[in-house]
Design a protein around this ligand. Structure first.
Ligand SMILES: *Cc1c(COP(=O)(O)O)cnc(C)c1O
Ligand code: SF4
Length: 343
């Protein structure tokens, strides 16, 4: 983690340089990992559906020479993405059409989700947003005004969930501006941040962000997104420890992905590793059935059977809730009963 001296014209934070220098060329990704060039044509074709993007800090945790590396599988474009399958559609959750212009999704009691930006540091091949190519540019301040207006007229909302895209892909300054606007809403008690950046680009957790969280009157919850224990190297451990010291409660959400984490061993290792670094598993999502991601899908019955094996193996507080997003429900749909972890 680096601390930047304040100067009159601040250089971009070092995390922003890393963000900009993410690997986008399939050839470079294959070369960095000593993978055969015969994977390249398919990777190029499928990158035309949804561009490749992966930070070098994340690539560094992949095993060279292994085309089935569980981290690589999450980001490597494959020809399987061209498979059409019934039920796999462009907008499986239906939210992106529903939120209209305001950028706020108020589906559940007392909490609302704010689409802060469309940008992400990494492009996960299974992402349900893969057919929504958001502009790379950072959203402007005025873009949040309709959402803030909405929150002002809904005093029952006590928790704001920053989502996206990835809310921590906002610059330090823009994130600070947004935080100040939110702190000015008297009814808000909690700030929840759903972000993959502490995992894929841990230097994002810099002193500026930590100071912003520490100084906020809002209690913060950071929900990271890691799918496999190998994602959680010492640099991630340091980043989440710093978030914890800044007062954030730390949770993880994962997606159950065929070929990545669909075994009892992989799931138990993920939960144990999360605990080691001070994070509790929160959600294990069934895949949203987005077009191009069928090869990641697991039949629901297999998912529930796996979860039951996990329940028999793990302490209750290390057992994530197995959920599927179903539009129109007042909460996420639990696919298997699970005890409630308490902090
Ligand atoms: C998942 C989600 C939430 C958060 O739900 P929790 O049960 O509080 O984790 C809130 N709003 C929307 C639209 C969501 O999809
Ligand atoms: S970080 Fe999240 S929103 Fe971004 S591509 Fe991955 S799954 Fe999608």
């Amino acid at each position: 983690m680096s601390v930047h001296a304040k100067t009159t014209s601040p250089a971009p934070a070092s995390w922003q340089r890393q963000y900009a220098e993410a690997v986008r060329d399939p050839r470079e990704l294959l070369q960095l990992l000593d993978l055969p060039a015969d994977l390249l044509p398919a990777a190029r074709r499928a990158a035309g559906l949804f561009p490749l993007r992966v930070p070098r800090a994340f690539i560094a945790r992949m095993q060279p020479g292994r085309s089935d590396d569980p981290l690589l599988r999450q980001v490597l474009p494959l020809d399987a993405e061209f498979d059409e399958a019934p039920g796999f559609v462009a907008d499986p959750v239906g939210d992106l059409a529903a939120h209209g212009g305001a950028g706020v999704l108020h589906k559940y009691h007392g909490r609302a989700l704010l689409i802060t930006t469309g940008a992400c540091a990494v492009h996960c091949r299974y992402c349900f947003r893969r057919h929504y190519p958001y502009p790379e540019a950072q959203s402007s301040r005025s873009q949040w005004q309709p959402a803030l207006d909405y929150l002002r007229t809904h005093p029952e909302i006590q928790e704001i969930i920053l989502s996206g895209g990835d809310p921590l892909s906002l610059s330090d300054q823009r994130f600070g501006e947004l935080l100040r606007e939110l702190e000015a809403l008297p009814q808000l008690r909690r700030l929840r941040i759903h972000s993959r950046l502490p995992v894929v680009l841990p230097d994002r957790v810099n002193e500026t962000l930590l100071g912003q969280l520490r100084e906020s009157r809002l209690r913060s919850v950071v929900v990271i997104h890691a799918n496999h224990a190998a994602e959680l190297d010492p640099s991630v451990a340091r980043a989440v420890a710093a978030l914890g010291e800044a007062g954030a409660m730390l949770l993880n959400q994962a997606v159950l992905l065929q070929g990545v984490n669909d075994t009892l061993e992989a799931q138990c290792a993920l939960s144990e590793r999360l605990f080691d670094i001070g994070v509790l598993p929160y959600y294990l999502h069934l895949l949203d059935r987005v077009r191009g991601a069928r090869h990641f899908d697991l039949p629901e019955a297999r998912a529930v059977a796996l979860w039951r094996q996990m329940a028999a193996r793990l302490p209750g507080y290390l057992l994530p809730r197995l959920v599927r997003e179903i539009s129109g429900e007042p909460n996420k749909t639990l696919l298997a009963p699970t005890p409630t972890p308490q902090s």
